[in-house]
Design a protein around this ligand. Sequence first.
Ligand code: WT7
Length: 645
Amino acid sequence: MSDKEIFQIPPSFAAQAGVDGARLRQMTDAAARDPEQFWLGEAGRLDWTQRPTVASGSSFADDVSIRWFADGRLNASVNCLDRHLAERGEQIALIWQGQEAAQVERLTYRALHERVCRMANVLRGLGVGKGDRVAIHLPMVVEGVVAMLACARIGALHVVLFGGFSAEGLADRLNDSGAVAVITADEARRGPKRIALKTVMDEALARGVPSVRHMLVLAVTGLDVPMQEGRDLALTPLLAQAAPDCAAAEMEAEDPLFLLYTSGSTGKPKGMVHSTGGYMVWASFTHELVFDHRAGDVFWCTADISWITGHTYVVYGPLANGGTILLFEGLPSYPAPGRWWEVIDTHKVTTFYTAPTAIRSLMRDDDAVVKRHALDSLRLLGSVGEPISPDAWVWFHEAVGRGRCPVVDTWWQTETGGILIAPVPGAVPQKPGSATLPLPGVEAVLLTDKGELIEGEGEGCLCIARSWPGQARTIWGGHERFRHTYFSFSPGYYFSGDGARRDADGYYWITGRIDDVINVSGHRIGTAEVEDVVATDHRFVECAAVGVPHDIKGQGLVVFAVARDASVPDLAEAASLAVTKGIGRYAVPERVYLVPDLPKTRSGKIVRRLLRKIACHELDGLGDLSTLADATIVDRLIAVVGPAK
Ligand code: WT7
């Protein structure tokens, strides 16, 4: 398919869309001409206890300081709950669909408000307050959303931790954040399997996490789990006893709302700090604009709440806008293929937001599976997390959207807080594989490796020239790392780490990470993280990790390890185990090669580009080998990997 292939906005969609081309142009012009005025106007979408009088006071120069709506005061949970009570207290805020068809819960805004207040009171009762960090380690159950909003209510920062992290991965993040309390569950259901959340959390705390005073344990499957006297508390009875209302803490716009860990090209995962005011404006603004939100929508974002997509588009964006969210505990194909389609029909989902890795795996089912379902409630489809190939895009559009629903391919990152580049669906015709155009107020640019600005058509590094309200403010405990990671590539620009091409229509085509970050099924993994955990096993001298294309996962991880003594048995398994223990199951390498040495430049830098090509059996274009300290390594590596599949 060529870049020229354009999918016009389906007329039935255009006829009722909230924002058309003319309106979008107006917004884009207004945001560029007078950003201060534009964003102060957009701040009006929230309820403030004190309206802000200034919008941006941000600077990407020098120390880097990002501030929005600095004199405003508000509470995020009030914006997601209390302010809707008068008008839509009896409207469904959250539909929970459990793994089994019969497990369904529907909560009105009033009911959700009450649940959040109870949880907030439990936390306050334990002495948790403004500025404290609370780790949330829960499956996709109602209490996950409730716990996030409860933290927001009392001004504590939530740190949501993925259920797939290993004990070591959890301990690192708990220690870095200094969490005072952990909210976990006995177990999570995952298809026929059970994940022992509490046990993994016990192991994490046993590694030494002195800041954690309390562990609250929610009963999900009802398994009897050992409780540590003085530290662990059964959460379910505490919630039942707690008072059903709780005064919200008044927060400054710049008070952090949460920390969320993500991986970079160097070092350990970093806790990105998101603000209260700017983040909430961005979540609400982008959710309404990109998903053409209107009353009556049932919004299903399939992301786990432990990822930024879950924060912004399962919880904060749609609830700030008074929407109805669907929270699904299960898997796409459990108990049988077509489960997701069944959920869409059952709950009359209008807006369905998922990831290319899921789309690719669903495409593999017989088309009869998706065709069996009506899917006639769907109005709009969305994709996020990695580049979507044109064939997956078209399948999503035709087989799922029945040609009637626009597909919004949304580009953003943990650091950006919300969507930056995406087609506003009633205004921008789509090209499969392109995230299309920056949203109003987003000044995207392409820079060369040397930091020179590329005008017009071209390809380069995707950077942003001006702050936007949803931008992460800093790295928890590491402002200098923040400045260095994102603002030193080219001073004055936010560096995304992604490459992109811009076509003649100004559309952006994200080509993927240009740094040492790989994207496995939408999970960001730093190659340095992988290398560090393998290196802690002294049977290895060193190792290098690279990403290679993978049919379903997008990228898969391949590890090249140099053993101290190659005659020791089972070393490849040992390297693999080091990765799953140090990071989590989701990072399991596709292949581990035990090699005699790694290719390095004369200055000792590992040449990952070469390893990637060899791992992909692309032996024709190995490129310039003259920079290698020892060029004979190439043939020895090929001998291990094999010439072709
Ligand atoms: C990285 C950010 C944004 C929430 C989920 C991932 C890749 C994200 C797209 C897209 C091409 C994309 C980028 C980005 N990415 N969306 N629509 N097209 N690539 O958040 O874990 O912070 O990862 O995901 O490489 O840098 P994240």
